[in-house]
Structures are given as C-alpha cells and as structure tokens.
Design a binder for this molecule. Sequence first.
Ligand SMILES: [Zn+2]
Length: 58
Amino acid sequence: MASKTRAAGTCAKCGNVFAVRQSDGGAIEPIGVRQCSCGGTSFEVLESAPADPYATTE
Ligand SMILES: [Zn+2]
C-alpha cells in the first residue's frame, strides 16, 4: 500500500510532540513542519501501530 502511517511522535532532542507519519521505508517525518522548533530532525514514534494485522485475532 502507498498509504503512510500517521502517529504521534516526539522530537528526539527536546521531546516536543508532533503528529508524524512513518513512510514505507521507515523514516519518521513530522507532518506540516520540516523540523522541530529546536532544530531537531530526529523523531520517535509514541504510538506504534500493530506490526502485523494477522498476528492477533483474539
Ligand atoms: Zn525538538
């Protein structure tokens, strides 16, 4: 699929919270901004989507 995963993420430097998206390649990009106001460009995902939708089916 070409759709990207949207999630909540934080700046790795200052902890600012952003809406981020994770590309298919795994890169995490903030939505709407190029970088954090602190200048940081590394982000960490707070909420990770289920890795495998088939893994758990109750
Ligand atoms: Zn920051």
